[in-house]
Write a protein that binds this ligand. Structure first.
Ligand code: AMP
Ligand code: ZN
Length: 667
């Protein structure tokens, strides 16, 4: 080994060790300054001798680059979930079930149930090779690149380790950091994140690992999976994982009866709020791995473990103000602004009041002392009012009449809970929200554009609707003059916009943000109607005849296309070559002998359902419309067809064919 090589090696080993001391053990033995100097030295050497860079060097945690789509990968060992319990009686049932299978004494290990995103790490030859999210338990997303940025996760293991194994744990966002980040967002006028758990899982799925590296994620490990692990109990497993260099929570205890388990639960039910991370329960595991094997698994979870869920904590606090938030669809959500209160480890300032009915039901008023509760994953909610402490001069809450953002009158349709601002094309949060939705990953998937940039573009008057995104390529100098917009990010953004022209129709349809048309509905509509043009002219009946398309969706689709602005928008997008036709239709060109023919289908049929008939017609190149006109070529007439249609067809000289005739036509 050359002198340089050994110097690099030495620095690497030392830096890994100091990382471990700092991030895993929480007890650094050198100053931050000295650490930075060593890191700098290593970086310099690697720059000079790039051929000597090891992929596991401490400098290589952020490999850079974007992950556009996370690969789905099968777990080599299934990730089970846990049965839940909410009372000590249920724990006794758990023990009884165990005692039916196991005759000897059973020892339990209690661990805290950390509330984050589960992860499975694979190590081969002491090296981290893969990190998968839980997904559905059988397969998860490959988030290795992002996981490598978490400093408490060892890239290389210490001492003696199994050749190949998986280790499971939880990715968490520390409470204090969560608070800090939310404070910052509030100051910037941004919405705070709901809870550390969502933030942790959201961060894991970020496309840019450089951004992930900036977030203080941690990984707490609790489970080893594999063969020849050299351990015989769960408690050993925890120790072994610690010894290999993983961050394993110190809070775990062995008990030889449920009595002990109970005391552990009672102790941590209150003390958990002093911890650095959110927890939502205790996990109780049979300690002996041999006994675990005997007990085995149900379809979903191990029989040798159970989660005891803590009850949601409640607090009272003052309701200072009710504000109203306008979302992308114009839906208005009332928000309770609270005197900040510590609840389940975080400071709660805001809680959702859902809608006008909820306000009415709770009779909640500004100045009230309210009960706030926080469950595992939900935004805190107000569950009641302490009427005894209501001030004498309290005034009943009157729901807002006008949109807080654009001033137009709010409306609430009968049978709906939510109020809406219908000024969808000039209400700022709706405009921005629509663009954000349009560019999102499951829609047009436009890279290089985020909420902040959209805000910037909107404020600068460069983009005020989706269509104008496609004008940006001719406004490069305007873009470059914006704050924080360097040449590279502008190019990146324009390239992303250009690439969106390849996005398939069903995603484009979803991206338009038609109310109630989510991802699945968009797929269904795209597959049935094949193009935006046939969707635009689709009648209510035609829409509801599609599988799983109900009246509410049909109405919303029709209303969307009735708006002239929306048709203009579609025309503009068409001009920019956005895909508005399903690929499928484009491909089936060999069978187009009904091409150009216009059909109306009416009545009930023997062989085909009406919908199948329509699909057949389209498959062979024909077009289906809902009402008979001069342009109609054929009326496919079934039984129970209305006499007026028949009359009209006769009058206009439209050919009337039966189901049998039609089959012959396409045969
Ligand atoms: P559930 O998501 O309710 O099925 O609960 C199972 C999840 O709890 C697992 O997938 C883990 O992500 C999480 N968990 C947190 N802490 C632990 C722990 N100490 N042992 C096992 N699972 C845990
Ligand atoms: Zn508005």
């Amino acid at each position: 080994m050359s002198e340089i090589e050994s110097k690099i090696k030495h620095l690497s080993v030392e830096l890994h060790r100091h990382n471990y001391n700092y991030y895993v053990l929480d007890s650094p033995i050198i100053s931050d300054f000295d650490f930075d100097m060593m890191l700098k030295e290593l970086t310099m050497l690697e720059k000079q001798y790039p051929e000597l860079i090891d992929s596991n060097s401490p400098t290589q945690r952020v490999g850079g680059g974007l992950t556009k789509k996370f690969d789905t990968v099968k777990h080599r060992n299934r990730m089970y979930s846990l049965d839940n319990s909410y009372s000590f009686e249920e724990l006794e049932d758990f023990e009884n079930r165990i005692n039916k299978v196991i005759e000897e004494k059973v020892e339990y290990v209690c661990e805290l149930k950390y509330d984050g995103a589960s992860i499975s790490l694979t190590y081969e030859g002491g090296e981290l090779v893969q990190a998968l999210t839980r997904g559905d338990g059988f397969q998860g997303d490959d988030v290795t690149r992002n996981i490598r940025t978490i400093k408490s996760i060892p890239l290389l293991l210490n001492g003696d380790y199994p050749e190949s194994f998986d280790i499971r744990g939880e990715i968490v966002f520390p409470n204090a950091e969560f608070e800090k980040l939310n404070q910052k967002r509030l100051i910037n006028g941004e919405d705070p994140y709901a809870n550390p758990r969502n933030l942790a899982s959201g961060t894991l799925k970020m496309q840019d690992s450089v951004e992930v590296a900036k977030r203080p994620l941690e990984c707490l490990l609790y489970f080893l999976v594999g063969e020849k692990l050299g351990i015989s109990t769960q408690f050993d497993a925890l120790n072994k994982a610690r010894y290999m260099g993983f961050k394993v929570p110190e809070i775990s205890e062995k008990f030889n009866s449920l009595q002990g388990v109970r005391s552990f639960i009672e102790k941590w039910d209150t003390k958990r709020h002093e911890l650095e991370y959110e927890t939502d329960g205790v996990v109780i595991k049979v300690n002996s791995l041999a006994q675990q094997e005997e007990l085995g698994y149900t379809a979903k979870s191990p029989r040798w473990a159970i989660a005891y869920k803590f009850k949601a904590e409640q607090k009272t606090t003052l309701l200072k103000e009710i504000t109203y938030q306008v979302g992308r669809t114009g839906a208005v959500t009332p928000v309770a602004n609270l005197e900040p209160v510590h609840l389940a480890g975080t400071v709660v300032r805001r809680a959702s009041l859902h809608n006008a009915d909820q306000i009415e039901k709770l009779d909640v008023r500004v100045g009230d002392t309210v009960f706030v509760e926080k469950g595992g994953e939900i935004i805190p909610k107000i569950i009641g009012v302490d009427f005894d402490s209501r001030p004498a001069d309290s005034i009943k809450t009157v729901y807002l009449k006008e949109c807080p953002e654009c001033g137009s009158t709010l409306e609430r349709k009968e049978g709906e809970a939510q109020h809406y601002c219908h000024n969808s094309n000039s209400c700022p949060p709706q405009i921005k929200g629509k663009i954000e939705h349009f560019i999102s990953r499951k829609a047009m998937d436009i890279d290089g554009l985020g909420a902040e940039t959209i805000d910037l573009l909107y404020k600068a008057g460069l983009v005020s609707n989706i269509g104008e995104l496609y004008d940006l390529s001719s406004k490069k100098s305007d873009l470059l003059s914006l704050e924080r917009m360097a040449e590279k990010s502008v190019n990146n953004m324009l390239e992303g916009i250009e690439n969106s022209k390849n996005i398939e129709f069903e995603k484009v349809l979803f991206a338009l943000g038609i109310r109630y048309v989510g991802e699945t509905v968009a797929k269904k509509l795209a597959r049935s109607f094949k193009s935006i043009d046939s969707l635009i002219i689709a009648s209510f009946d035609e829409l509801v005849s599609v599988d799983e398309i109900g009246e509410r969706i049909a109405e919303s689709v029709i209303n969307f296309f009735l708006e002239e602005d929306n048709i203009k928008l579609i025309d503009k997008l068409k001009d920019n070559n956005i895909k508005f036709v399903s690929e499928e239709t484009e491909i089936s060109t060999d069978n187009l002998h009904l091409e150009g023919k216009v059909f109306v289908v009416s009545g009930v049929f023997d062989v085909y359902s009406r919908n199948e008939l329509k699909k057949e017609i389209e498959k062979f190149g024909g077009k289906v419309t809902s009402s008979i006109s001069k342009k109609t070529d054929f009326l496919v007439a079934g039984e129970k067809m209305g006499p007026s249609k028949l009359e009209k067809a006769n009058k206009l000289g439209v050919k009337i064919v039966s189901e049998n005739d039609f089959v012959k036509m396409i045969d």
